[in-house]
Design a protein around this ligand. Sequence first.
Ligand SMILES: [Zn+2]
Length: 340
Amino acid sequence: MSFRNIVGQDRIVSYLRKALIEKKTSHAFLFEGLRGLGKKTLAFELAKGICCEDEEDKPCGKCSSCVKAERNSNTNIIWVKDEKTIKIEAIRRIQDEVKIKTFDGDSRVYVICDSEKMTIQAQNALLKTLEDPPQKLFFILLTINSNSLLPTIVSRCQLLKLRAARVGEIQKYLSEENEMPASKSKVIAALSNGSIGKAIKISTDKAYVERRNAVIHMTKDIISGSVFSVLSKTDFLNTEKDNIFEIFEMLISWYRDLIIYKEAEQLDYIINCDKIEEIAFQAQKTETQRLSNAILIIEETRANINNNANYQLSLEVMLLNIQEVFNYGNNCRSSVQEGR
Ligand SMILES: [Zn+2]
């Protein structure tokens, strides 16, 4: 079966399938989409399809080209990846390789990951090949943002934009392909933000699960109002410096869930749906306005950290401010809010 493991890109997949069978594939593609949407998986399937020997089902997954590709030993599918910058020398190397014919005149595909990392010189060099492409030579460029490439490169490629998958699509994939129980797949799909890459990471990464539990535990301490235990959380946040933006996201989704629990009838919209009891418990302890204020504080801290503010100080201030929001007086106004 062709184009397996691709979630939420039905329109692109059916277009590529048709183009492969009709042998009308463009010689250069540009896949644009955020991280984790499946650009590499899609490029791999397309590259396999271009090189596939079957006439009707491309990629068939059975011919010698497909089998080699699955074993990462198909020398006609060449990846340029994990580069800090893609310099002109890398493109020249490709151009030199292209001059040597493939065995039996097979098709050859170059996949350039993070193509926005190409220097201007590299892009201009590649442009020459894209303008006058040798037969049976294909390029698949991947990028998070096509605007960061020269317009001349973009205009020479067929641009296909990947979209975020729907929660239901990710849940279906996890249940069917990974045989995951519905209770688990529902939570992971909700946490994935439409990114299949993130869904797979969450379902296989134990550290993610532990981190999430620690964050939820932290929200318990914050709402219960113990300044000492809240400040002790800075140790946890200091060790999680590399994952702090993920933690901000977890906190925001948590407080957003509390608001939904309080305000909306539809509990289907709750992301942390495996923690409903804790959500219900925390929700009855506070008011919606305070939750909104907490989200604002987290967003502000995220922006400060992004702008290289002092890490530890910013997080201590964040924790104390959130705690103050939840515990200050009987009305919803707090000194933090008044300071805005
Ligand atoms: Zn095949």
